[in-house]
Design a protein around this ligand. Sequence first.
Ligand code: FAD
Ligand code: UDP
Length: 387
Amino acid sequence: MAQQRTILVIGAGFTGAVIARRMAESGHRAIVIDERDHVAGNCHTARDPETGIMVHLYGPHIFHTDDDDVWQFMAQHCEMMPYRHQVKARVGERVYSLPVNLHTINQLAGRAMSPAEARAFVAAQSIKGDNPPESFEDQALRMVGPRIYAAFFKGYTQKQWGVTPDRLPAAILKRLPLRFTYDDNYFFHRHQGIPRDGYTAAVASILDHPRITLHTRTSHEGFSPPAEVAHTVYTGPLDRYFGHRLGRLGYRTLRFAHHVAEAPFQGTAVMNYCDADVPQTRITEHVYFAPWEMAGRTRSVVTHEYSCAAGPGDIPYYPVRLIDDKARLGAYVDLARTTTGVTFAGRLGNYAYLDMDVAIRRAFEVASHLHDAFTRAARPEIFVHPV
Ligand code: FAD
Ligand code: UDP
């Protein structure tokens, strides 16, 4: 029989909320704190007071997964509405279809190629190499060749990450497909959707359990944990936990400029701006994330999104993971391994680029590990390795 323990969870995003929930369902108690005035971390959504439109305040979030357990878990906490994500790309004065598909290739070439012709067309442009591609640029040149790379990837990636793509890992581009059909669904997962009442309501439901206590507007630096806390799960930035004593890990932050406009503003949920000399990376029109609420709308909420290096007071959104960061990350990982009583989890705690479904799957694993350790009356000194 497991000993019932109390854990402290720092961060009420998906990672912290799911760990707390799973632990509570196993009979333990969880105290969850978050320094923001809301739960759901960067997935936070709220209705715009003027128009009533559900706004994705920290950038567009679409739930997509092949993980049946994660999808079922979400279904217990919200009504997941069907949603198919389509993204357009603006290059110069033209608009193209994304992710790169047969339509995009035909638009760029000004032709009407069949799938087989387009495949041969792209293969003829792609740059061959013997070694596996290391950088984003190598990967892109192998995959699509210089013309498609220059149009859709080079400028956007430079703006998004603040460095030239030859300094970025190839893995970033591997997130995107290349298709020789007219399928323009941005994702390829079996399950895709958006919660009817937004992500914040879903996370609030996850946290709604008699053995979970939540304190928002509470940072871990200013919080004295009660004596019964047996273990801490930290989902904030890894370097922040250690007071940045080994230097700062690199993050990109985002600036969002929201405004109300006439509907439709751009006529689609997300338009990427791929040219390096256009300041925004993308423009989001939120009403398109809730097609079930669109009828009769005359006004729209629109967000211009800009990416820049995160300074000390900024919200860290994307771990950059350049070569310097990797060396520093290794040193922080060593430090974390010698830190007893704390598990580091989530996108910031693991300094990893995790989608929501992966964050939830990992949270299941952390909770199950902690519960097992408590059952064996062992000390759960685990550190979830950064990927
Ligand atoms: P977070 O959401 O970052 O939560 C961490 C929480 O910890 C925050 O609430 C923070 O306030 C709190 N915190 C941190 N430090 C402290 C501290 N010291 N004291 C107290 N509280 C603290 N994923 C998808 O699956 N689909 C998408 O379409 C998608 N789009 C995205 C778009 C953008 C712009 C970004 C940045 C991410 C996107 N993601 C998407 C990823 C998604 O946001 C993450 O998977 C998710 O937020 C991970 O949850 P988390 O709990 O690990 O981290
Ligand atoms: N990307 C790009 N052009 C685009 C869209 C994406 O160059 O129009 C690159 C960019 O480097 C981005 C990566 O591909 O970081 C992954 O794209 P995704 O849409 O998955 O990015 P997200 O905003 O979800 O991080």
